[in-house]
Design a protein around this ligand. Structure first.
Ligand SMILES: Nc1ncnc2c1ncn2[C@@H]1O[C@H](COP(=O)(O)OP(=O)(O)OP(=O)(O)O)[C@@H](O)[C@H]1O
Length: 252
């Protein structure tokens, strides 16, 4: 990819010169990277590199000190968190936050975006649309046989999938996931890779991950962060063989 040759509108997300200072410490320091529509990008880097802070900045949880985040051509840095969600950015945090007492169906139904006029025939149409959306998402996240089970009865991995489903049902254009396979079994990791590959038909995915096997399985491109900056970027093979990356990882 040559960022210079493309216009901002060609990217789903263009992050440029992004910086945030916490009491003078730059957790993210003049960071630039670009996401193409429908790609899976993985951000890796040693502890404290600034990975989570980047996701916090994109979703509006943390406000930048300077720089820009353009999403589908629109500047996000001045928007509030809910406005950024409305633009089509979904974020999943590390710990699952599903409603344990509700069933899988109810968790998904609750997450379906609320319409404005829900009366009479419209309400009926909406019900059909919700049912179809819940069924479609449940199949994608391997939980179509578990729709009536309370979320509390699911395995840790299934809860993570359910939470991804609760984002998918809102149809975000960009889905951001922070260590989605942490605590998962090998089999669950494989299925999660399958799940992410399935959803990039309709979504762009930005993932933070430490498990290099998993990174190799899913990433179209990898961005390596170190001390708030981009250290290296490219295919998994490219970054693995980049002497700068090797030095940072061996040094830690
Ligand atoms: N709100 C904050 N106030 C002060 N310092 C912060 C804040 N958020 C993050 N930091 C600091 O910024 C640096 C980057 O943190 P961040 O969590 O983004 O790193 P990371 O790459 O996600 O690390 P890890 O892999 O350990 O999760 C760390 O030194 C952290 O202590």
């Amino acid at each position: 990819m040559n960022a210079a040759r493309k216009k901002h509108e060609d990217f789903l997300l263009a992050v440029e010169g992004l910086t945030v200072s916490f009491d003078g410490f730059k957790a993210v320091d003049d960071l630039s990277f670009y996401l193409d529509p429908k790609e899976i990008r993985v951000i890796i880097g040693p502890n404290g590199a600034g990975k989570t802070t980047v996701l916090d900045l994109i979703c509006g949880k943390t406000k930048s000190t300077s720089g820009s985040i353009r999403f589908q051509g629109k500047e996000l840095t001045r928007l509030k968190e809910h406005q950024i969600v409305h633009q089509g950015v979904g974020r999943k945090f590390q710990t699952p936050s599903v409603f344990e007492d509700l069933t899988v169906f109810e968790n998904l139904e609750l997450s379906y975006p609320k319409g404005h006029s829900v009366v009479g025939a419209l309400a009926f149409k909406r019900d059909t649309a919700v049912l179809a959306a819940v069924q479609e998402v449940a199949e994608t996240i391997f939980l179509d046989d578990a729709l009536d089970q309370p979320a509390a009865s699911l395995s840790h991995g299934q809860k993570q999938w359910l939470e991804i489903g609760m984002l998918l049902i809102q149809k975000p254009d960009l889905l951001m996931l922070d260590e989605p396979v942490a605590g998962m079994s090998v089999a669950e990791r494989k299925k999660t890779a399958e799940l992410l590959k399935k959803i990039t038909k309709d979504h762009t995915v930005l993932v933070i991950e430490h498990d290099m096997q998993f990174v190799g399985d899913i990433a179209d491109r990898v961005t390596v962060m170190h001390q708030g900056k981009v250290l290296s970027e490219g295919s998994i093979e490219h970054v693995k063989n980049d002497p700068k990356v090797v030095e940072v990882y061996l040094g830690h």
